[in-house]
Design a protein around this ligand. Structure first.
Ligand SMILES: Cc1cc2nc3c(=O)[nH]c(=O)nc-3n(C[C@H](O)[C@H](O)[C@H](O)COP(=O)(O)O)c2cc1C
Length: 186
């Protein structure tokens, strides 16, 4: 199974690396994933959506006006499951992450998605709630349990590793992604 991890922060001084790279490293150790595609949206550098129609009306990647859209859609098609790692910006996900989701239509359909957030007092939970509605609209299939890192900067800056409970939650998320994928591909 091919897992795509999308990290939603692109700021030059972004702080969420330890969370995103922890997910990547745990996924790499899980031999059930044949490949991990780690998408750093800062590197992907998508322009703002500028196609003449919505992404669900674009039948195939070659039909994108912009080559960046075509390449992004082709990359999404190759994934069997997706994990979004997001900070919370003003109680929602960053605009760059929403833009990357808006860019693709049909290729998202029936892919399982797990949501992981980091932030202050509520660990990005409000960004996750918005992402649930957005991903449902895109046809992605949500894993029930999200993972939140509360006051994450303090934890990670003090050099602490994610707790055993966090590792277990992530393993459960992997299990659920695999189970949903199998259910859709019987
Ligand atoms: C534009 C902006 C809005 C923010 N809004 C929130 C917020 O609503 N809730 C929260 O817990 N933290 C908020 N923060 C603080 C972020 O949790 C913190 O800056 C975090 O490091 C952002 O992730 P990043 O460094 O990976 O981009 C905000 C930060 C920025 C830059």
């Amino acid at each position: 199974m091919r897992l795509m991890i999308i990290w939603g922060s692109t700021r030059q001084e972004r702080k969420g690396g330890p969370v995103a790279y922890w997910v990547k490293s745990e996924a790499k150790q899980d031999k059930r994933f044949a490949s991990i595609d780690f998408v750093d949206l800062r590197e992907l550098n998508l322009p703002f959506y500028d196609e003449p129609v919505d992404a669900f009306s674009i039948a195939k990647p070659e039909d994108y006006r912009h080559p960046e859209g075509r390449a992004w859609a082709e990359r999404v098609i190759k994934a069997d499951a997706v994990i979004l790692v997001t900070p919370e910006y003003n109680h929602g996900p960053p605009a760059v992450l929403k833009n990357a989701l808006d860019y693709v239509g049909n290729p998202w359909i029936d892919k399982p998605v797990g949501l992981i957030s980091y932030g202050g007092r509520v660990g990005g939970a409000r960004a996750i709630e918005q992402l649930r509605s957005i991903t449902i609209e895109l046809g992605l299939v949500n894993v029930a349990n999200a993972i939140h890192f509360v006051r994450f900067a303090r934890t990670f800056e003090s050099g602490e590793e994610p707790s055993e409970a966090s590792n277990e939650s992530l393993q459960k998320m992997f299990d659920q992604l695999i189970r949903i994928h199998k259910a859709f591909h019987k």
